[in-house]
Design a protein. Structure first.
Length: 618
């Protein structure tokens, strides 16, 4: 969590650093700060609150904006409450060094005690202030330059970090380093300027050339001299590749929508097409996926598939379980990455692990991958962010190509992850001969129709908004679904709670009578996914059970439904499709519903409290 930015060059650094922070606010937004170096002095501004709060404070002191070198930080607190003092950047004791940090220094307490013995005192409760003083102490002890001091200090550190450090006594360089948290370095024209950030979005309008540091690497970025990348462990030089960025400015702006979340919900038809484009040739009956094709034996010989993920990606994994078992007849287990990594799971080289992550940076998922690899499993990644840590750590994988997802509540990531999982399930089913040719072709044709059907669903947004108006003041909600739509019930509940702070629970519909039914009274809205496939009659009985206890029923039904319509208080109709593909449709009205409720309640939809887009700490 936390976002960091930096600039060194010939332009005014302030607008670059502050706008960069705004783009990185999805990573954390409980406090923000910048340091600008005007050629003589470092000027520090920091505050609890959002980047906009910081900006309004700095607008009163224009001298604090001066300089062509700067670093900035937007925080998601780990050590120390969010307040002005704990906000980054942090100075070293002498005031010569300044740092911004994303991550956690686990042994900070031991290091702090040692530094206190050596005469250091601390203003904040952060692990970051310990790190900058450690670097200062090493620099003094070894009488070395900043780069060497950073390298030596980091060999003493246990934990995770992405850092940017500046030394006012050598004001022509910024030193960055990474372990477990991302760092991208933008290379300006003719090496005359450099940008630093947690991802490339802060500098996309300035350069398309970037270096992504790998774990345990650091870089010394020197004006007029370029970027030198080294291994932290042994100081050896790394031949770092400059990559061409595919990101565009348009992709990371709201494009006329009030919120990123709404934009991303509306992007789903295109995102789904982008996910299967070039991979699914529906008319020819072909699915081409290099990551699968190149390792097909691993998949075909696997005893089982284990899916690891967190949050919404875990819900997509659950849909994957239904898809793989139903179509390809492969046993699947779906695990929370955070549980899997610590529960000493049985993993063998006959297992295929699929790790799903939008950001590709989720710490628990990354750790689960490393564990599975160490036990000999083949690990396949499903990520959205190109070049992310998970994409690099896995043996093979497939990108969802959903485009940047900035709203903290995941939307298009979910539907594109399900699209990828459907393609894999279908491909394996074909290879294993578990699906007839006719069924295989029919699924491909149906999948091809999904974007259009999502488009149609988006047209009933006003109807969904009317329903949102009725239930916006609810304090508890229940979401029920069966089969393929049980994970959608979980996802619907997660969407509502994370952006509107209304308590919501998702349940397999039939489980209701084993407990949650006790909650149902005339004040309880129950969102039921009751499409006409699968266990329709069973879910109709569940709907009746709710009705007879006076619960309010909002049902998602297939177009033309008569039975549920008669019983429910409200219905939302979705176009007909194959049962296995219904999650791609039933999810959409639930996303819209949560969105409208949160807006009506005046919540910060894109940046809900206490959350961050990439959970890069445990
Ligand atoms: O980037 P990832 O897909 O690994 O993120 C996993 C979860 O943190 C994420 O899905 C989270 O639950 C979202 N806020 C849900 O909307």
């Amino acid at each position: 969590m936390c976002g960091i930015t930096g600039y060194i060059g010939h332009r005014e650094a302030y607008p670059i650093v502050i706008n960069g922070l705004k783009r990185l606010e999805y990573r954390g937004y409980d406090s923000a700060g910048v340091m600008l170096f005007d050629g003589q002095e470092m000027h520090l501004s920091k505050t609890k609150g959002k980047v906009a709060d910081l900006e309004s404070i700095i607008s009163k002191s224009p001298d604090k904006k001066l300089g062509s070198i700067g670093i900035g930080h937007t925080r998601w607190a780990t050590h120390g409450v969010p307040n002005d003092v704990n906000s980054h950047p942090h100075f070293s004791q002498s005031g010569d060094l300044v740092i911004v940090h994303n991550g956690i220094i686990e042994n900070y307490d031991t290091l702090k005690k040692e530094l206190i013995k050596r005469g250091y005192s601390f203003k904040s409760d952060t692990d970051t202030e310990v790190l900058v003083n450690l670097i200062e102490e090493v620099k003094k002890e070894e009488n070395c330059k900043l780069g060497k001091a950073v390298q030596l200090a980091l060999t003493q550190v246990v934990g995770a970090y992405a850092i940017a450090v500046f030394d006012k006594t050598k004001p022509n360089e910024i030193v960055v380093a990474r372990l477990g948290s991302p760092i991208a370095i933008g290379i300006g024209k003719d090496f005359e300027e450099f940008f630093v950030a947690s991802d490339a979005s802060p500098f996309i309008e300035f350069t398309k050339d970037a270096i992504y540091l790998e774990d345990e690497e650091m870089a010394i970025i020197k004006l007029e001299r370029g970027v030198k990348v080294r291994k932290i462990k042994d100081d050896s030089l790394v031949d770092a590749k400059i990559q061409e960025l595919q990101l565009s400015l348009e992709q990371i702006e709201k494009g006329g929508y009030d919120h990123f979340m709404l934009k991303e919900i509306y992007e789903q038809p295109k995102a789904i097409i982008d996910t299967y484009r070039g991979r699914m040739l529906a008319d020819e009956g072909i699915i081409k996926m290099a990551g699968i094709d190149d390792h097909i034996e691993k998949f075909l010989n696997a005893d089982r598939i284990i899916i690891v993920a967190c949050g919404t990606s875990w819900h997509a994994g659950l849909v994957g379980e239904y898809l793989f078992e139903d179509m390809a007849r492969v046993p699947v287990e779906v695990e929370y990455a955070s549980e899997f990594r610590y529960r000493n799971p049985i993993i063998t080289s006959k297992d295929v692990v699929i790790a799903i992550s939008q950001s590709g940076e989720t710490a628990d998922t990354l750790a689960a991958i490393k564990l599975a690899k160490s036990k000999g499993a083949f690990v396949f990644g499903v990520c959205n962010v190109v070049g992310s840590s998970i994409a690099r750590e896995t043996h093979a994988g497939a990108y969802t190509h959903a485009g940047p997802e900035i709203g903290v509540a995941s939307t298009k990531a979910f539907t594109t992850q399900i699209t990828i999982l459907s393609l894999i399930a279908l491909k394996l089913a074909k290879k294993r001969g578990t699906l007839s040719q006719t069924a295989f072709h029919m699924y491909l044709q149906e999948l091809q129709l999904i974007p259009n059907k999502v488009e149609r669903l988006l047209q009933i947004d006003d109807h969904v908004k009317e329903i949102a108006k009725v239930y916006k003041d609810a304090t508890n909600c229940l979401y029920l679904g069966r089969g393929f739509n049980f994970p959608v019930a979980l996802e619907g509940a997660l969407k509502l709670k994370e952006i509107s702070y209304i308590h919501a629970e998702g349940y397999p519909a039939a489980e209701m009578k084993h407990g949650p039914i006790a909650l149902i009274d005339e004040n309880m809205p129950v969102f039921v996914i009751a499409t006409n496939k699968g266990h329709y009659e069973k879910i109709v009985s569940n709907v009746q059970e709710i009705k007879s206890r006076n619960g309010k029923i909002i049902a998602i039904v297939t177009e033309g439904d008569i039975v549920v319509k008669e019983i429910a208080d409200h219905v939302i109709e979705i176009p007909d499709t194959e049962e296995a593909l219904t999650p791609l449709l039933t999810t959409v009205p639930l996303q819209l519903l949560s969105y409208h409720i949160a807006v009506m309640l005046g919540k910060n939809v894109d940046q809900p409290r206490n959350l961050a887009k990439s959970v890069t700490v445990e």
